[in-house]
Design a binder for this molecule. Structure first.
Ligand SMILES: Cc1ncc(COP(=O)(O)O)c(C=O)c1O
Length: 448
């Protein structure tokens, strides 16, 4: 019987040829760190609903979902029609237009904290803007972020703690840049309280379901404490809802948990599967983007300038507006949540039945797993054990993913994003693929 790797190579010859070409074009042959894969990544040719097909004709249940942008699945007909219609009118006017106004209004109608909106071209730009706004508004420089929480790739948020050193670092960013960044352990209220005590912090930014869309879950009670502490110390509270926005509820995590941040960054779903993002929040904070006629002092020294060639271009605006209206109409978030819950139950039944060391859990339509390590099962769907999840045994990561590709599933990280088009068939196909992958891993002595 051929090994996982041999099967992968035999099933993906077309991808292998494209990867050989790509190596001479892109560093590591890829255009996003998360797409790097050994011995070569799968090259996808088309997608529809919850599925995609590669250049060799293999079919996958897709759990990447456009890196989380596709709550409505691939090619939702209404969104495609809106994009086509916008394309006919022009891709870029370099001018204000009607669709951006309707899109912005739709965001305000859906997101609880959104009194004003400013569109950007990505989530990275949105978190960068939110932090700059917080500094301008508070007159403070320091920012607090949580360990491991991801907010894109701009200079400030790529800082990491290395070893015992409490000063964050990132190659390519001047060291002095990090003098104004404090990284605190996630979930530790005392550490946050300590970091805010000096009342010199402009903002606390975090992912509301925990680092990497809930790979390291964060209790909603921590969010409530963070809201309280920021309010008491004159610090702005920024919920980075680039992933959770319009997914956990039409109004995102802030609606689902009933916690009002001062600012929020959104992206991905907001633009209906095309590029786009936004900073939303309090009018008195977003006011710092306003131009004031004749006020040289304000315009020159106090306001934040903001440009961006593709901000709210009509095609992305049309896709975003249509997607948000569909989500606001109801049912989409619920369907995705339900499919994720059924998947978690299906995988946990399999792991129990086959005595596989591991467990799955989900928060809303984002699911995760432990594998190759002893781990408790959640009581139902969400992680509720006292201990931190342990994730996937590192040595298993690559062969597991290869085996799942061989059996028709495309994972994202240690789990994936579920769309409102995922249903019973996708859950069944995924559980079956896991059953086969577990057998493959065991045959190679990789899994107990
Ligand atoms: C929580 C969070 N914030 C910010 C970003 C950056 O968004 P983008 O990739 O659109 O720049 C991401 C991207 O995955 C994210 O997950």
């Amino acid at each position: 019987m051929s090994s996982i790797l041999e099967t992968y190579e035999a099933m993906h010859r077309g991808s292998s040829l494209l990867a050989a070409q790509a190596r001479g074009v892109f560093p590591s042959g890829v255009t996003h760190d998360a797409r790097a894969f050994q011995p070569f990544p799968v090259y996808v040719q088309r997608a529809a609903g919850p599925r995609k097909w590669d250049v060799d004709g293999n079919e996958y249940v897709d759990y990447i979902g456009g890196h989380g942008a596709l709550l409505l699945g691939h090619n939702r007909p209404e969104v495609v029609a809106a994009i086509r219609e916008a394309l006919e009118r022009g891709t870029h006017f370099g001018s204000s237009h009607d669709i951006e106004v309707a899109w912005g209004r739709q965001v305000i109608d859906m997101v609880p904290c959104a009194e004003r909106v400013r569109f950007t071209a990505s989530g990275t730009e949105a978190t960068m803007m939110a932090l700059r706004l917080a500094r301008a508004f508070t007159g403070r420089e320091r920012v607090v972020k949580l360990e491991e929480h991801f907010h894109g790739w701009h200079d400030l948020v790529v800082g990491r703690l290395v070893g015992e050193d409490q000063h964050p670092h990132s190659v390519g960013v001047p060291e002095g840049f990090y003098d104004a960044l404090t990284i605190v352990p996630a979930g530790d209220v005392k550490a946050l309280e300590e970091a805010l005590r000096g009342r010199d912090v402009a903002a606390v930014i975090l992912e509301p379901t925990g680092a990497h869309w809930g790979t390291h879950p964060l209790a909603p009670s921590y969010l409530r404490e963070a809201r309280r502490l920021t309010r008491e110390t004159g610090t702005l509270f920024i919920m980075d809802e680039v992933i959770t926005g319009f997914r956990m509820a039409p109004g995102g995590a802030q609606e689902r948990y009933g916690i009002m941040p001062d600012l929020s960054s959104v992206a991905k779903i907001v633009a209906g599967g095309l590029p786009g993002g936004a900073v939303v929040g309090r009018a008195d904070v977003l006011e710092y983007l306003e131009l004031r006629e004749g006020d040289i002092e304000w315009n020159g020294k106090q306001r934040i300038s903001h440009q961006g060639t593709f901000n709210a271009n009509p095609v992305c605006a049309a896709a975003g507006l249509t997607a948000l209206r569909l989500i606001a109409a109801g049912g989409e978030c619920e369907r995705a949540d339900l499919a994720a819950a059924e998947l978690v139950h299906g995988l946990n039944d399999l792991f129990r039945r086959e005595s596989v060391p591991g467990s799955a859990w989900a928060v809303s339509s984002m699911w995760h797993m432990n594998l190759g390590v002893p781990a408790p099962f959640p009581t139902d769907v969400e992680w509720d054990a006292a201990e931190e999840p342990r994730g996937i045994e590192p040595a298993l990561m690559r062969p597991l993913r290869q085996a799942l590709y061989n059996h028709g599933v495309d994972l994202m990280g240690n789990g994936g994003m579920v769309s409102s088009t995922h249903g019973e068939r996708e859950v069944e196909d995924t559980v079956r693929a896991f059953e086969a992958a577990v057998a493959d891993l065991r045959a190679e002595g990789l899994l107990a």
